[in-house]
Ligand binder design. Structure first.
Ligand code: FAD
Length: 450
């Protein structure tokens, strides 16, 4: 008969590993982690690019310096992870038009306030009514139209600026953000976390409770347990399953459920918006952009919203690296994911020549992550509609029989962030909805089958 564990955890990103760690700390050692890809980390992922380590997924520890301490910041500090403070406040004074002129600060400030006003008005409309009504009733003069207004609208919405509405991350943990700039990568946090409960040697995890390249395709569940089938034809059994796949994966048909998930569950999963967020890295033979104080972030105003709008140079993080990063989201992300990197580089060069003139050098290398087309991700993070009743998230995180759900999208306060995945607590649900669940798990002190 198939191997049986107390708990199978699907996914070895921050939420799956955090859940496994809590289980192990509570004496539940006979767990099994099945990860689809060939590595741990999920949406935390570094890659070497032009001699430095760049973060394709999560890059910042967001929410630092407030009244409560962000647990991810604490772990990073303990491990001595190298970080750089990101000061976004000047970005609005580095807005370029298509002829390379920087908008005067007065105009930039006016446009910023106008965009902010319109965002707040829209939110108020949403609070009092439905979306369509709010958009119809909105003062037309507040709708962003010009390139600078569109650029600011993009920054405010697609980057979740806390000025529009209070965001728990910044309210609870503080408004500062730190960029991880460490050769070991953001993922070093996860290796260190795994080391606490999995057998490792020389930086490698050598514990067969973690199985890589195991793509879960089917979950058959009943009152007696869960049968898990993977793409390579393996079958595993468990008393409980904790599923940490992203909201994008849940919306796709990668994993089928037998019996199917109930309607309230599938409807809630459909309601959650998925954000695609793409950081494109470009390497140059030398610097041609300004690098002084307040110049780290700069903005390109184009008549198409979100067209290569938000830029960052990496000189603060890695001096001398000669790397620029441009961030695209949603439709623009999907568009560049579907074209060749060569075409994307050409587009980016046209934009840079608009800003800095025709004589700047061509990029020598480009890196374009493809989160949307990755069938184990299908998104960058969840985005609950601005005004969504708590029912949606409660349904998304509610267990179905013996299947429990975790992941950043199940965090009521911190969805979309690393600390959201870290703090998502499927085990509380496990303990509270099935009074005898935790005690019925076979407790096991010795690490199973090393
Ligand atoms: P994941 O990390 O996605 O883990 C789920 C795991 O499940 C993956 O490893 C996946 O391979 C695996 N899996 C999926 N399907 C299956 C299957 N069928 N069988 C087996 N395994 C499966 N957060 C911040 O705090 N700061 C930031 O600056 C930031 N920036 C971001 C930028 C980008 C581009 C992206 C993509 C994300 C960013 N985030 C940021 C969000 C943050 O990365 C996520 O919230 C967090 O890493 C999610 O962790 P998770 O464990 O919920 O999911």
């Amino acid at each position: 008969s198939p191997p049986r564990s107390s708990v199978i955890i699907i996914g070895a990103g921050v939420s799956g590993l955090s859940a496994a760690k809590v289980l192990a700390e509570n004496g539940i050692g006979d767990l099994l982690i099945l990860e689809a890809s060939d590595r741990i980390g999920g949406r935390i992922r570094k890659e070497m690019f032009g001699d430095v380590s760049v973060e394709l997924g999560a890059g910042w520890i967001a929410g630092v310096g407030g009244k409560e301490s962000n647990p991810v910041w604490e772990i990073a500090a303990k491990l001595g992870i190298r970080t750089c403070f990101s000061d976004y406040s000047n970005a609005r004074y580095n807005i370029y038009d298509r002829s390379g002129k920087i908008f005067p600060s007065g105009i930039a400030a006016d446009s910023y306030n106008k965009a902010l006003g319109s965002a707040i008005q829209k939110l108020k409309g949403l609070e009092s009514n439905n979306v369509e009504d709010a958009t119809n009733r909105m003062d037309c003069s507040l709708t962003p139209k010009t390139p600078i207004e569109l650029a600011i609208d993009f920054i405010l919405h697609d980057f979740e600026m806390a000025e529009v509405e209070p965001i728990s991350t910044y309210v609870d943990f503080g408004e500062r953000e730190f960029l991880v700039a460490d050769e070991r990568g953001y993922e070093y946090l996860l290796y260190k976390m795994a080391e606490e409960f999995l057998f490792t040697s020389e930086g490698k995890i050598l514990d067969n409770r973690l199985q890589l390249n195991k793509v879960v395709r089917e979950l058959q569940h009943s009152r007696n347990g869960v049968t898990v089938k993977t793409e390579d034809g393996c079958v595993y059994e468990a008393d409980y399953v904790i599923l940490s796949a992203s909201i994008g994966v849940l919306q796709s048909d990668l994993i089928s459920f037998r019996p199917p998930l109930p309607r309230w569950k599938t409807e809630a999963i459909e309601k959650c918006e998925v954000m695609v967020y793409t950081k494109i890295f470009l390497k140059f033979p030398y610097k041609f952009w300004p690098c002084g104080p307040g110049k780290e972030f700069f903005i390109y105003a184009h008549e198409r919203r979100g067209y290569y709008t938000f830029w960052q140079h990496m000189e603060n993080a890695y001096p001398g690296s000669n790397i620029l990063v441009v961030t695209l989201t949603n439709d623009e992300s999907k568009r560049v994911e579907s074209q060749s990197d060569e075409e994307t580089m050409k587009e980016a060069m046209v934009v840079l020549r608009d800003m800095y003139g025709p004589e700047i050098p061509d990029a020598t290398d480009i890196l374009v992550p493809r989160w949307w087309n990755n069938r184990f991700q299908r998104c960058s993070y969840s985005n609950y509609p601005m005004i969504s009743n708590n029912q949606v998230i409660n349904d998304i995180k509610a267990p179905v029989g013996r299947i429990f759900f975790t992941g950043e999208h199940t965090s009521e306060r911190f969805n979309g962030y690393v600390h959201g995945g870290h703090l998502a607590e499927p085990l509380l649900a496990l303990a509270s909805t099935q009074a005898d669940a935790v005690s019925s798990l076979h407790k096991c002190d010795a690490p199973a089958q090393l």
